[in-house]
Structures are given as C-alpha cells and as structure tokens.
Design a protein around this ligand. Structure first.
Ligand SMILES: NC(=O)C1=CN([C@@H]2O[C@H](COP(=O)(O)OP(=O)(O)OC[C@H]3O[C@@H](n4cnc5c(N)ncnc54)[C@H](O)[C@@H]3O)[C@@H](O)[C@H]2O)C=CC1
Ligand SMILES: O=C(O)[C@@H]1CCC=N1
Length: 271
C-alpha cells in the first residue's frame, strides 16, 4: 500500500470537495496528509460541519507541508493565487490545476514553475467514479505522472491527452455530469407524466442510467448495438427513439459538448 500523498488543495468548493472526499475515501490522502486552503466562509462552514478533521490553513503553510498542490479555484481566481508571494514555495512541488480553459503556458508563467499538470476532472470523483483527462508541462517527471495517476486513479479513470484535447475533455466529461443529471431528471419527469409517483420514477431513472453505463463499460459492446437490442420491431422503444430523433436529441447533445469546449477555449483566451 502506497503512503498517503502530502497534498494541498486550494479551493474547497464543488470540485475540491469531490476530489478531497473521493481521495480520502480511497485513503490516497488522509486528514494528516491533507491541507485545505479556502477563502469562502460558506464552503469553510461546510468543511467544519462535514469534515472537521480536514486542516484548513493559509497558502504558504499548506504548500510548505505538501509535495503536491492542487489548484481548484475558478479560472479567474488562478492568477490571484499565483500572485501570492510564496518566497520560492513552489520549488520542489508538483502543481496540478483543474481550472477549465487555463492552459499550461499561462499556469507555468503565473507561478514561474514548470512542474505543472493541467487536469479536467469531474464531480463523480466524489463517489470514486470520476473521469479525468490530464496533460503535463515539460518539467513533469515519470514519477510525477505516476503520482497524478495515483491521485486521480483513486477517484476514477485518468487518461493522459494532449493539451489541444483538453477543451474537448471538458465538453465530454468535465461538464458531462450536468447533461446526464438533466437526462435523469427528464426521464423521471416523463415517468411522472405517464403516472408514476415521483420517488419511484426517480429511482427507476437513476438505476437505468447507472445500469446502462455499467453495461456499456463491462460488455465493451457498442452503445448502438445495445440500443438495437432494446428496440423490438413495431414496439415501444422504437416509437420513443423515433420521437427523440424527430426532436434532435443527438444533435442537441453534440452541440452541448461543442458549446462547452468552445466556452473552455474562451475562458483560456480571456486570461
Ligand atoms: N464543478 C465542476 O464540476 C468542475 C469544476 N472544475 C474546475 O474547478 C474549479 C473550481 O470550480 P468549483 O469547485 O465548481 O467552484 P466553487 O466556486 O464551488 O469553488 C471554488 C472555491 O475556491 C475558493 N477560492 C476562491 N479563491 C480562492 C483563493 N484565492 N484561495 C483559496 N480558495 C479560494 C472559494 O472559496 C470556493 O470555495 C474551476 O476552475 C472549474 O473550472 C473542473 C471540472 C469540473
Ligand atoms: O462549468 C464549468 O465551467 C466547470 C468546468 C467543467 C465543469 N464545470
């Protein structure tokens, strides 16, 4: 069993929370090996109520106590963190950023340090079922890459991509949980419209999305083939699929991914 990683997370909001809770559950980090730097009273209160064991400290103290620093603040706040005087504190640290759109060049320039990894995680990391893409700046070593895989692998899958693919990763898996939640909500709404009580509709909708994802992952069969296996000739499913196609379901999802990727590029260029 690997030693817990000495990690500082800067930003304890939605994404910081999902990663920290997932990594603590996997024991990749422990309350002793973790430091949290956070600026908001509201999320600070969430931590003291839900995880009082997590030590919240100032940036300099936290970074000094850590081998890895993960920046989980909003893209526009990255520059503010980078500007804080750290008197050489980044030296010897592996720095990860999950900020959407913020490129390696801008991150490296901001902290004057090139041992930097850009990561696009997603919120199912909270339950160990995340999907992350990452790319590395030039000073990142093989050992660093192993550390990144240990951290992100503890909360799901982690795939190395080129930096030019990071906006697309954001469109598919970074933003993806929101589209899937919309789908589950809409499935349940449909169930209610068709006469089911809300809690039953929600349970069935959630398990259907979960079970289908599990089936695709575990059988390795193409989703198109699995879709065909549900649709009986002249049956209920093909009637529903025809309705989805008439309403532009595929096009809407493809456009959503493209819109997220485009927004990620915009966030990067507004730095
Ligand atoms: N929410 C998501 O599903 C995903 C978010 N991301 C990225 O994660 C980053 C954070 O997003 P969220 O967690 O959704 O935002 P959030 O607003 O929930 O959390 C940001 C946290 O950063 C803290 N913060 C702000 N400035 C700070 C500073 N100077 N020092 C310390 N803490 C500071 C805030 O107090 C807040 O708790 C963003 O860059 C976003 O692009 C990436 C993938 C998915
Ligand atoms: O909405 C956002 O900007 C962040 C990045 C990917 C998911 N959430």
């Amino acid at each position: 069993m690997n030693q817990p990683i000495k990690l500082t997370v800067v930003g304890g909001g939605q994404m910081g929370r999902a990663l920290i809770c997932g990594m603590m559950a996997a024991k990749t980090v422990t309350a002793e090996s973790l430091r949290l730097v956070n600026s908001s009273a509201i999320s600070g209160q969430w931590w003291s109520e839900n995880h009082p064991e997590v030590v919240i400290s100032d940036l300099e103290t936290a970074v000094q106590a850590s081998d890895v620093v993960l920046l989980a603040v909003k893209p526009h706040a990255i520059a503010g963190v980078a500007k804080q005087p750290l008197s050489g504190c980044w030296d010897g640290k592996l720095v990860l950023s999950v900020a959407a759109g913020v490129g390696l060049e801008s991150l490296c320039k901001g902290i004057n340090h090139r041992r930097v990894v850009r990561v696009m995680p997603n919120t199912p990391s909270l339950v160990g079922a995340g999907a992350s893409g990452f790319c590395c700046a030039e000073d990142v070593t093989e050992q660093d890459r192993a550390t990144v895989e240990q951290l992100l692998g503890a909360v799901g899958i982690a795939i190395q991509v080129t930096e030019s693919q990071m906006d697309a990763v954001t469109g598919v898996s970074g933003s993806g949980p929101a589209y899937v939640c919309l789908m589950v909500e809409a499935l349940a709404d449909g169930g209610v419209l068709a006469g089911l009580p809300r809690p039953i509709a929600m349970q069935l909708a959630t398990q259907t999305v979960f079970g289908t994802a599990k089936m695709i992952a575990e059988t390795g069969r193409h989703p198109g083939e699995l879709k065909d296996s549900v649709a009986s000739p002249g049956g209920t499913t093909i009637a529903a699929l025809a309705s989805l196609e008439h309403n532009g379901f595929r096009g809407a999802v493809i456009d959503a991914v493209a819109a997220s990727a485009r927004r990620s590029r915009e966030l990067g260029s507004s730095k």
